[in-house]
Ligand binder design. Structure first.
Ligand code: ADP
Ligand code: MG
Length: 354
């Protein structure tokens, strides 16, 4: 109690909600420093990276999916949940330019869960693992006193010279993104509004599938890495602005985004105003798009554009890296600042303001 009172007086966060997800991760990072020479990247990137034999790097990443936080079984089917559980982890390997290879699966299961649920869950999981050639090699299973808990850990690999971290951007680098922005959260809003996944999928398949069944951009990440085209890269899980700030603000840089260039799907353009007052909000801060966001040296912009003909999705040039004192800005077609009054996703605070 005394400690809590002292923290209040000192203006320090008292509970986890106040500290926030990123505040907590910073504290963990501060108190678990490693001097292991093989550790190329510890806490702070999309995956950890360990140098192994020769010029190979092992990539490791883990993600939790919690019922009631990450998924709602009234809006999701076990089949898509199986796919998405693995997909979100593969997306982090993609963000390093890596090749996923193996995964571990851990399950905390409420006692009365139907067996049928898991047949469907494993059908989805198996399909995605086959598509991306990753093998399940272990895990853990336990009863859960609460809701369903799923955790996947993925191991992957990349050549050391091809690995792309979050911290390599420089002033003048150009900012690119794969695919479209905001569709996943729009899909979720549609699902929540209708409360009927089958009907939502039939009426709005593209955006609803973008939420239920994201495709990790492994192929695109590999192409970018092989050709050495990106200075930094991240996958979009928390929203464009939140994730861009990991590439820029965290290393003392700023960014200018060109609002009109943000890639929006036709469905998003036509329907966004039925769901949001500001048409740009979901594109700027909607999470779970699982696209790749990356920075590119000016000299490599043309080679990148040529390479993008081999991508399975579109590639869009959305802005540039600027000096830190200019901050993170979104500008309209006349160069005027777009007022940002929104948020990325933080698990404890739920709102991160910019
Ligand atoms: P991503 O969205 O790419 O999965 P996160 O924002 O979840 O990344 O995590 C950022 C970094 O913090 C990652 O390097 C991750 O491994 C690390 N991290 C997150 N939670 C913890 C934790 N509880 N202990 C140690 N490291 C953590
Ligand atoms: Mg990530």
């Amino acid at each position: 109690m005394l400690r809590i009172c002292l923290n209040i007086i000192k203006g320090e966060p008292v509970d986890i909600e106040e500290l926030g997800e990123f505040g907590l991760i910073e504290r963990i990072k501060g108190s678990f420093k490693s001097r292991d020479r093989r550790l190329l990247q510890g806490i702070g990137d999309d995956t950890a990276a360990l140098s192994t034999a020769g010029d190979k790097v092992t990539l490791l990443t883990t993600d939790l999916l919690l019922e009631g936080i990450h998924f709602d079984l009234r809006l999701n089917s076990p089949y898509y949940l199986g796919r998405k559980t693995l997909a979100v982890n593969l997306s982090d390997i993609a963000a390093m330019g890596g090749i996923p290879q193996y995964f571990l699966l851990s399950l905390g299961i409420p006692r009365h869960y139907p067996v049928e649920f898991f047949s469907e869950f494993f059908r989805g999981l198996k399909e995605l693992s086959r598509d991306y050639r990753v093998s399940l090699i272990g895990g853990d299973t336990s009863a859960s006193a609460g809701k369903l808990t799923i955790s996947i850990t993925v191991l992957g690999e990349v050549h050391r010279a091809q690995m792309i971290g979050r911290a390599g951007a420089a002033v003048g680098n150009q900012i690119f993104v794969t695919g479209t922005l905001g569709d996943s959260l729009l899909g979720l809003k549609i699902l929540q509004d209708s409360g009927n996944p089958v009907q939502s999928l039939r009426k709005f398949p593209r955006v609803v599938l973008k939420h239920l069944d994201p495709r990790p951009r492994i192929k695109e990440g590999r192409l970018i890495a092989e050709k050495g085209l990106a200075t930094a890269m991240i996958d979009l899980s928390d929203g464009l602005l939140a994730d861009l700030s990991h590439l820029t603000r965290e290393i003392g840089l700023g960014a200018r985004l060109w609002r009109e260039k943000l890639p929006l799907s036709n469905y998003y353009r036509r329907n966004i105003l039925s769901f949001e007052k500001d048409r740009w909000n979901l594109a700027l801060a909607g999470g779970e798009d699982y696209e790749l966001l990356f920075t590119v040296d000016r000299a490599k912009v043309e080679p990148l554009k040529c390479l993008s003909s081999r991508f399975d999705c579109r590639l869009t040039h959305i802005g540039e890296v600027v000096k830190g004192k200019e901050g993170l800005k979104v500008v309209d077609e006349k160069g005027r600042p777009h007022k940002i009054n929104l948020s990325g996703y933080d698990h404890f605070r739920t709102q991160v303001t910019f």
